[in-house]
Structures are given as C-alpha cells and as structure tokens.
Design a binder for this molecule. Structure first.
Ligand SMILES: [Zn+2]
Ligand SMILES: [Zn+2]
Length: 337
C-alpha cells in the first residue's frame, strides 16, 4: 500500500509498505480523509520530542471498513467510520475515574503506532464511530480536533453570562470558540495576528475579534468589556500565556490547550495574588468525541470552512509546507490517500 513515512524533520517519503494485519478485535480502515494536525507539523518543523522517526503520522482520519477481525461484532465491511485515535488502558487510576484522556499508558495512533498517512490502518473496533451519511469523510476527519475543543470547554468552569477570550484563532481556537458559543458563554472575544483567521472567527460568532499585531489587547478589552472571566490559550507561546494570565480577572480561569514549549518564564506572583485557576487540557474522552460528532452532524459547529486544502497523499510535503509557511490562507489541510 502507499504510505507516507516520516524520517525526521522535513523528510517525508512516499513508500510502498505491506498492508497491516488485522487482529481479532480490529478492523481494517481504508483511509478516505486524513488531516494534518498542528502536532504533526511540530514534528515536521523538528520541534516534537514525542514523535520518533521513522514514523507514519496522521491521527485525524475517517474511512471505510474493508476487513474485520474474527471477534468484531459491531461493524461490517463497507461501513463509513471515523476513528478516535487516543487509546487508553482502562486499568490506571485516571482511566478508572473516567479520565481516559490522561491515561498513564495512553497511546495515540500515528505516534505510538502507525498512523493514517497511508492507504490503510488497522484499528481497534471500539475506537471506531459510525458516520452518518450526511457527514463527509473530510468533515469527519475534523472530529478529532473538535473533540479536543469540546474537552477543553467541558472541563472549564464557564457560568451563564461569562465573557470568554480565545487567544489564537487557528484550528483549535476556532473550534473552541464555536463550542463555547454553543454553551453558556455570552460574550466571546477572539485574538490572532492573521486577519483571515479573525474574519472566520467573526463569521463563526465571535462578538469581537482583535488583531494583536495592530491593536492593544488590554486597551481594547478594558474599553469594551472590562474583565474576562475565562481565557482559552490556544497558541502555546510564552508571550500569549502571559497575556492570558495578565488579562483574566481575579479568580478567573485560564485553560491551556496550545502546543506548549515545555519551559517558559511567567509571572507566578500574578497567578497567586489573583487566585487564577490554571486548567490544563489534553485530548478527549470517548464522550467528548461522540459530542464532537453530534456537533458536526447537527451543524452547530462548522468544520467545512476550516478545510482550506484537499490534496492527494502524494502531495503531503506540499501540505506540510503550506502549513509551515502559512501560505494561501491555509487553515486545515486534508489528504486523500
Ligand atoms: Zn490532532
Ligand atoms: Zn489508563
């Protein structure tokens, strides 16, 4: 089968590899759509410590079942599915209390095992979700990043009438904005340094957008709302994390969903004297994933407009380059193996 193997840095090669075996509890999925994630891009830029080459990346994907293992009961050949790629052990303390997203033995398809930048992937039956006919493969590939946003909103204390600030309007920021919009938040502000992303944030329902390259965030916020109850940090840089901590009101919450540098210098006194709650957010549970699928199917969250490029797998390097250089107003690149 055709596979895109990553050899570290910008070295990705299209190779012919053998089709994966299917274990008793697995199904073989023919990949119809796989999106490039910000974390895959991190690896491409040489910034990922978790991804070790050679590796077949790709964890945001959907496709069609073309073979099933002996013990598979819920699925049959020809069914359209989207795959939840985060696999938990079910035995550790976090798993036992339902926090499977932070399982101590968690594995991600496309990081700990071969991913979906390939024609076929074998995956456990219980990680597949059936797709409604109304949801396209491309849209379904965005269920995974949407689940990340759903999880972040679910674990963040947002009260009715709260003002929410989303720092960073990339894929995760735009999705988080839409999920928060469907929840209790009444006022939502979004920031970025790219106008094309902010235009979309506005289209998706942000009450106000701020280009922090042109406008002073603090002045704009204080003259328009006064205070921010909750901040979602979806960038991950020292400057933007500090921005979040400085702007959130006393007793407010900052939820971190960006791709973080592991060390940064922050004003800790600020956190203590303002009693800021810092909430880390990672991945999603199966419930979050199902909720994400429902939001796509109902049209409450729009994912189609985030897909700016659809390319064949052969053009994977072009897809990564578009993202690395932020060319052609790129947001999400979907590959079709
Ligand atoms: Zn991802
Ligand atoms: Zn576990």
């Amino acid at each position: 089968m055709k596979t895109a193997v990553w050899y570290g840095g910008k070295d990705i090669r299209i190779e012919d590899t053998s089709t994966p075996d299917v274990e008793d509890n697995e199904v073989l999925v023919k990949v119809h759509a796989v999106a490039i994630c910000g974390s895959d891009l991190h690896a491409y830029k040489g910034m990922s410590k978790r991804r070790k080459p050679p590796l077949v990346m790709g964890h945001e994907f959907s496709g069609e079942i073309i073979d099933i293992g002996k013990k598979v009961k819920r699925f049959s050949d020809g069914e359209r599915v989207v795959v939840e790629p985060l696999i938990s052990c079910g035995k550790c303390k976090p798993c036992k209390i339902g926090k499977t997203n932070i399982c101590e033995e968690r594995k991600l398809i496309g990081l700990n095992s071969s991913g979906a930048f390939a024609e076929y992937v074998s995956v456990p039956e219980n990680k597949c979700h059936k797709l409604l006919n109304s949801v396209s493969f491309e849209e379904a590939a965005l269920a995974e990043p949407l689940a990340v946003a759903v999880h972040a909103v679910n674990i963040t204390p947002i009260e009715k009438g709260d003002t929410v600030l989303i720092i960073g309007s990339g894929t995760i920021g735009l999705l988080t904005m839409q999920v928060a919009r469907n929840g209790k938040a009444s006022n939502i502000f979004a920031t970025d340094v790219y106008d094309y992303l902010l235009d979309l944030a506005k289209k998706f329902g942000a009450n106000m957008v701020i280009n922090t390259k042109d406008d002073d965030l603090f002045k704009t916020i204080s003259s328009n709302v006064g205070s921010i109850d909750v901040v979602f940090e979806a960038v991950g840089l020292q400057g933007t994390v500090q921005q979040a901590l400085s702007i959130v009101r006393c007793g407010g919450c900052v939820t971190l969903i960006g791709m973080f540098e592991d060390k940064m210098e922050l004003n800790m006194l600020n956190i203590a004297v303002k009693e800021i709650m810092i909430q880390g957010s990672y991945g999603y549970t199966s419930d979050d994933f199902k909720q994400a699928l429902k939001l796509i199917a109902s049209g409450k969250v729009k994912v189609k407009q985030l897909i700016t490029h659809v390319l064949p797998l052969d053009d994977i390097t072009k897809g990564f380059e578009l993202l690395a250089e932020k060319k052609e107003n790129v947001i999400k690149v979907v590959l079709k193996p």
